[in-house]
Write a protein that binds this ligand. Sequence first.
Ligand code: SAM
Length: 295
Amino acid sequence: MGRMREPYLGDPAETIAVLNKYGFAIQKKYGQNFLIDRHVLDKIIRAADISGEDFVIEIGPGIGTMTQYLAVRARQVCAVEIDRELIPILEDTLAGYDNIDIINEDILKVDIGRLVDRYGQGRPAKIVANLPYYITTPIIMGLFENHAPINSMTMMVQKEVAQRMQAGPGTKDYGALSLAVQYYAEPYLAANVPPNCFLPRPKVGSAVVRLTCHNKKPVAVEDEAQMFRLIRASFNQRRKTLTNGLKNAAGLSFSKEQIEQTLTVCGFPASVRGEALTLADFARLSDAFTALLQS
Ligand code: SAM
């Protein structure tokens, strides 16, 4: 079967040959750093834990390097690429596989739910990507907040972003991203990846993380959107106390007295800072504000 063809991309010489064949000019604006290391590709594929039943959505296939590895293992792959110039290249490099659909779109505008309805055979999708770093957070948050039917995301991200995803209260990396990721998923660091594994080399270190979506959220909260407004407001002004951070914050209209009263009800001192609060604390705080609004 065509789909069983072994991947041939994944080293510098093959990548350069493909780029030269098409006279392709690498687009910085799209965060194009192509993977040229088979060990890293193997690590990503292993971390993604793909079986022959799986439907995989790849974000940003580039010239199709990782797509080849995904197609060998998955039942079906959809590769969503924004850069029109890469489409003829992908049609060439992926011609030997019969289980790949190439979609020329901006991932931020793709309705993942519809893709999963079409290809998922009733099961959630697995996302795998060497992400364009300029839109890492909007991509991840978009998938979570839209409740996209996905099982996991295995992604190359900037090393600092991987650290923020895993950080706990009281550390310098802890913030809104840590809380959002940990509310929706279990983060796992699969590998650190140096710049020389890419062409061109990025200026920053990278890491492969897998976010396995929770079947059941780790905390219960009445108004999820409000909890995240509180979280964002708390970390927007990191050096301020929570009381000052929450006053005048976008989307929140509590008076200083209401904030102080709610903090007291929850047992937090008036001088508490957001970075000291756990996810469970934010859920409790949000529920206390909800109760106040209803009283
Ligand atoms: N997967 C390839 C690899 O590992 O060699 C390429 C990874 S490169 C870091 C990121 C890819 O995402 C590029 O191909 C880029 O054109 C694409 N991309 C950038 N922004 C995108 C968007 N909004 N939607 C879909 N693809 C995008």
